[in-house]
Design a protein around this ligand. Structure first.
Ligand code: PRX
Length: 657
């Protein structure tokens, strides 16, 4: 272990073999890794045959001008045709595409592929009527309702570029995204249902239009409004129109045009550590090939599976693994509008039981919340239909992994811990459920066709057993093509650290077998007495204590050690309030699990953690608290009151050395 690299201290020795039956019928077998590595472009060229092409491509990859890649050169296709029409033409029109479950009780709607084709065609005709052409941008600001999926596909069908803005974002976030990509049309709703109440959306659109001074800038030409909740809205007839008037009246016949492989498909904004949000651009063919193939391979998707991804369509997970990946495969899936605890904490498990969900994909933060609520809640539902569980968004702590496997998966189901990013577009590092023996907490190895490495400061691969920076060394089909309107920022942000190598911003280590363990964003790495410690490992050690439900760790400036470990923990409901005894116990526990160097200097028991709306912990704010600073900008928090709760608790806390 060199001081340059991230220390590798935690130990996890459990492994779970793929179930024999699953391995025997798995979509992907072990030999595919070697075949793909022998000739990556040929491998992806082969996978591209899963799609229907208007014009076949002549070259798989043009990497003559790195980091600007062109995949499937010369090909033409239509993404919406591939996700919808071709399944109807193949005789699967009666298959359910979406089991929509609204948050209010009994608000459900099943949409077959044939119906989806009609709806998407109507929306495509209507959007064209509103003056949108291929290449124009459309902002989508909708709740998790079928119209969100339909609008995305309608845009893809006509070659318009969609940018979905998460419905929980404010009018400021919406306004800045509209301006950055120059959206001509906004598709929104009066509101959606959240936590048992109608929550308005349209007013934020109205405010955004004022903020961008649309009266004079005239960026946005039309706003199309879905009536979801029936709540009152201000309606400006010059710019607003109702979905049920415009779309429902449109023809369900729409001829899809074929677009170039590199035609822009969507822009998804993601925050960086500094500066304005980055508009990540994904283009048509490469993105669709990799999202379709990974959905089929990583979830081992079979035609009779019922799949459910709990992400919002406003995030990349919703784009790749609710819309494009599953629908390109003709999958049947659940689309749920609401929160996991409305009207009761068993709502998700009730939905799995009702629809016989077999493939389930969620985030570690949600799993830990369910752990906090207690295993007796899922235990009252029949979850035996589940065969594979997925995790995405951050490292899944080994304890949460085992809890998920045992309490949701009945101890049977493999867990696919999928590492990827908005920028990568699709899965990059993940177990394959019929091939890989899963280790709790590890995303394991790069999927076939992807070249990932862990390197040191000089860019050299580290040995097994060591930590460093996670990089991708070869281009991949669903890679971002640029940052919208800013090629320089694209190059600087992702490709400048080492020549022609994509740096993902994450720390990782390779264990003795070469399996990859994600260690969090490198900016979250701490340096305690000259040892680089990973926040993820210490958090996992804390969560492995039976009294802890969630933990967030930050490094705070410390005169003696450079930085000191400060932990914020949420206790499980069964653990009581916590007192000095619990804190001693937890420090000792981390010391035992990782080593004395990692023992937190301070442990704060808190009721909540500050999270962004996509569930990522905002460690920056916790660092402010830990270093006794005024807490910085909290506007992107899901719940802005959380910081008051934490800071008021902090004043009464004592360091416990
Ligand atoms: O730090 C990694 C973490 O999430 C980052 C990407 O975030 P975003 O672009 O919002 O996409 C989230 C959905 C793909 C990564 O740089 N991350 C994502 N998945 C994992 C993960 N960290 C560890 N393990 C994962 N499975």
């Amino acid at each position: 272990m060199t001081e340059q690299n991230i220390s590798n201290l935690s130990q996890e020795n459990r492994t779970f073999e793929p179930p024999a039956e699953l391995a025997a019928s798995a979509n992907v077998t072990a030999d595919v890794y070697d075949t793909a590595a022998a000739d990556r472009p040929a491998f992806w060229g082969e996978q591209a045959k899963r799609l229907d092409w208007g014009t076949p491509f002549t070259e798989v990859l043009d990497w003559s001008n790195p980091p600007f890649a062109k995949w499937f050169v010369g090909g033409k296709l239509n993404a919406a045709y591939n996700c919808v029409d071709r399944h109807v033409e193949a005789g699967h029109g009666d298959r359910v595409a979406l089991h929509f479950v609204g948050e209010p009780a009994d608000d459900t709607r099943d949409i077959t592929y044939a119906q989806l084709k009609d709806e998407v065609s109507r929306a495509a005709n209507a959007i064209e009527e509103l003056g949108v052409e291929a290449g124009d941008r459309v902002a989508i600001y909708l709740p998790m309702i079928p119209e969100a999926v339909i609008t995305m596909l309608a845009c893809a069908r006509i070659g318009a570029v969609h940018t979905v803005v998460f419905g929980g974002f404010s009018s400021d976030a919406l306004a800045s995204r509209i301006v950055d990509c120059g959206a001509k049309l906004i598709v929104t709703a009066d509101g959606g249902y959240r936590r048992g109440a109608a929550s308005a959306l349209k007013p934020a659109v109205d405010e955004a239009l004022v903020k961008i001074d649309n009266e004079s800038t005239a960026i946005v030409e039309n706003v199309l409004v879905v009536r979801r909740t029936g709540q009152d809205v201000d309606f400006d007839n010059d710019i607003d129109s109702w979905w049920h008037e415009v779309v429902d009246e449109a023809s369900e016949i729409h001829e899809p045009q074929m677009f170039d492989s590199e035609h822009p498909l969507y822009v998804m904004y993601t925050s960086g550590t500094t500066g304005s949000p980055k508009g990540i651009l994904h283009t048509t063919a490469g993105y669709l090939v990799q999202s379709a193939w990974t959905f089929w391979a990583v979830f081992d998707h079979k035609p009779d599976d019922v799949y459910w991804c709990t992400a919002d369509v406003g995030w990349v997970t919703g784009h790749s693994y609710i819309v494009y990946g599953p629908l390109a495969n003709g999958a049947t899936q659940v689309l749920y509008e609401g929160t996991p605890d409305t009207p009761h904490k068993g709502r998700w498990w009730e939905i799995i039981e009702k629809y016989q969900v077999s493939l389930f994909y969620t985030a570690p933060t949600a799993i830990r919340t369910c752990m906090k609520w207690g295993e007796e809640i899922p235990a009252t539902f029949d979850l035996s239909s589940l065969r594979i569980l997925g995790s995405v968004g951050e490292s899944i702590n080994p304890e949460a992994y085992v809890w998920y496997r045992d309490n949701i998966g009945g101890g049977r189901t493999p867990i696919v811990d999928t590492w990827w990013q908005t920028e990568t577009g699709a899965h990059m590092i993940s177990p394959l459920p019929g091939v890989t023996s899963g280790k709790p907490g590890s995303a394991m190895t790069a999927i076939p066709g992807i070249a990932a490495e862990v390197v040191d400061d000089a860019g050299n691969p580290v040995d097994n057993g060591e930590g460093g920076y996670l990089v991708i060394t070869e281009p991949w089909p669903s890679m971002l093509r640029t940052i919208w309107g800013d090629d320089d920022r694209y190059q600087d942000t992702y490709w400048s650290r080492w020549p022609n190598v994509y740096f993902a911003g994450d720390g990782a280590r390779k264990d003795e077998d070469g399996a990859i363990w994600l260690l969090g964003r490198v900016d979250d790495v701490m340096n305690v007495s000259g040892h680089r410690l990973s926040t993820t490992e210490i958090e996992s050690a804390l969560v492995s204590h039976p009294k802890v439900a969630e933990a967030a760790v930050v490094g705070a400036a410390d005169e003696t050690t450079g930085q000191a470990v400060v932990a914020f923990v949420i206790l499980r409901e069964s653990a009581g309030d916590g007192g000095t005894e619990v804190i001693q116990e937890l420090r000792a526990h981390v010391g035992k699990e990782i080593g004395p160097i990692a023992k937190p200097r301070t442990i704060m028991v808190v009721p909540e953690l500050p999270k962004t709306r996509s569930g990522k912990i905002m460690r920056r704010l916790l660092r402010d608290v830990a270093e006794n600073r005024e807490v910085g900008n909290t506007t992107t928090l899901a719940d802005s009151g959380v910081m008051d709760l934490i800071t008021s608790g902090m004043k009464t806390a004592k360091d416990d050395d």
